[in-house]
Design a protein around this ligand. Structure first.
Ligand code: GAP
Length: 453
């Protein structure tokens, strides 16, 4: 059975400790969520998988981790101060506020009134005061995308780790947007994480790289367990493009609330490097940028043959961690009917994403020998496995299996009386529920072969 709702996912997340409403004990704060003990593991595993595919599996991308507080000049010249806004309107009847492009039939979604104001732009950036003097001038923005500090570090990265074109700089981390109407659980929130790559290419090679990266990103999402037929490409129409984009392809996923953007892949041309670069007049910049930037760096590369300075074009695959988390959870969640007319909930996560890789379960909660052997096995496997191995000593095997099915643990190992005699253990598979007896000397290889953990 796979006709679950968003409420089923929200309930699982709370019950099992994946995601909680932020500041819940004070009534919460809209558009903010906290990741719990299992959520942080799954989220870290997802980010690690992205990082590996970007940085470790290739040699043409470097990673950075930059500050969240951002000098307003960066966001002035990037165009965000002027254009990073959504259309906001008010309902005169019930005083609620809405995003104009989320409204159907010109009716207030709250009360149904048609007495609405004209839309006006609402800038989504959060501002905060910096330093002890609150005079209105010493402020910073919380970054609305991780991308800008990749552009501002372009020269630092190239000077310290030189690369010829094409090459990329990747970053994962928090971004903040004062969304008018946060909604749909962690889909649209005010504080979220992005995984962004800025891939710098020669002008003229940008369209081919745009296509390459779209294909690569589709493959990667499939590797995270999202069926290809649940993903669609949306070629963003010209009049909907962000101010920096020449072309954008969105990877759309069928969330429980509808088909929505999971990742955007934009051709940002030379807009950003051009905007932040000193000496714009001497360079060929194709994008329309604000001239006379106050930046003190030339963000360009020199062609070794022609000696000409080139401002590279940028292809940007930009994925949301939280939206990825939600899509993966939605894909993995299923309810199975068992022979005895009972149901079991299973989270069929890929092992590399599972919050707990393996549960070691003593058959008897209070049997000293069994518990000792279980702890030794747990410690031994924890040394070898990247990711969490849990000693689950509840004394109820059936209940432990159900719990680990529901949180996506790929396998459970039970330690019983026979284990004490001959060092063999029962490995129970989450998906098939089959059990195999494996000797201590072979257990590591068995898990590696079967689950790649
Ligand atoms: N640097 C380009 C950029 O930020 P975007 O399409 O505005 O482009 C990229 O955002 C991704 O960030 C989206 O595809 C989405 O996955 C995620 N994202 C954007 N706004 C979000 C929000 N309010 N809540 C959760 N994720 C969000």
């Amino acid at each position: 059975m796979n006709n679950h709702t968003m409420e089923d996912l929200v309930s699982l997340c709370k019950r099992r400790g994946f995601i909680f409403q932020s500041n819940e004990i004070y009534g919460g704060l809209q558009g903010l969520y906290d990741y719990g003990p299992l959520g942080v593991e799954l989220k870290n595993n997802l980010k690690q998988s992205w990082w590996k595919s970007m940085i470790y599996d290739r040699d043409d991308i470097e990673g950075i981790d930059s500050s969240i507080l951002t000098n307003p000049l960066v966001l002035k010249y990037s165009g965000h101060e002027d254009t990073f806004s959504d259309p906001l309107l008010d309902c005169r009847n019930c005083n609620s506020r809405w995003r104009a492009d989320h409204i159907a039939d010109n009716k207030c979604p709250g009360c149904g009134s048609e007495d609405l104001t004209d839309p006006r732009p609402f800038n989504l950036m959060f501002k905060t005061n910096v330093g002890p003097v609150e005079d209105g001038n010493s402020f910073a923005y919380l970054r609305p995308e991780t991308a800008q500090n990749i552009f501002t570090n372009f020269k630092n990265v190239l000077d310290s780790t030189p690369h010829p074109l094409p090459f990329g700089i990747a970053q994962m981390g928090k971004a903040f947007r004062n969304e008018i109407t946060p909604r749909n659980f962690i889909f649209r929130v005010r504080e979220f994480e992005q995984m962004e790559l800025e891939f710098f290419v020669k002008p003229g090679e940008d369209e081919e790289w745009h296509k390459n990266w779209t294909d690569l990103r589709l493959d990667w999402w499939e590797d995270q367990g999202i069926a290809r037929d649940k993903l669609e490409l949306y070629h963003v129409p010209r009049d909907e493009l962000a101010h920096y984009s020449k072309a954008t392809v969105d990877i759309m996923y069928k969330y429980p609330h509808g088909l929505e953007e999971l990742e955007g892949i934009a051709n940002r041309t030379d807009f950003d490097l051009g905007s932040h670069t000193k000496g714009q007049k001497e360079l060929k910049i194709s994008a329309k940028v604000e001239e006379n930037t106050q930046s003190n760096a030339k963000l360009a590369v020199q062609d070794l043959e022609t000696k000409e300075w080139i401002v590279p074009y940028v292809i940007e695959p930009s994925a949301g961690v939280d939206r990825g988390f939600l899509a993966i959870l939605n894909e993995a969640y299923r309810i199975e009917e068992l022979e005895d007319n009972k149901n079991r909930t299973v989270l069929g996560l890929k092992p590399h994403l599972a919050p707990i890789k393996l549960a070691v379960i003593p058959l008897k909660k209070n049997d000293e020998n069994i518990v000792k052997a279980s702890r030794e096995l747990k410690n031994k496997l924890q040394q070898a496995i990247a990711g969490r191995v849990l000693l689950e000593n509840t004394g109820n095997i059936g209940k432990s299996y159900r719990k680990h099915d529901e949180i996506g643990t790929p396998a459970c190992i039970t330690v019983d009386f026979q284990s004490i005699e001959d060092n063999t253990f029962t490995v129970r598979d989450r998906d098939s529920m089959t059990q195999e007896r494996v000797h201590l000397d072979e257990v590591r290889e068995f898990l590696l072969q079967k689950y790649n953990i």
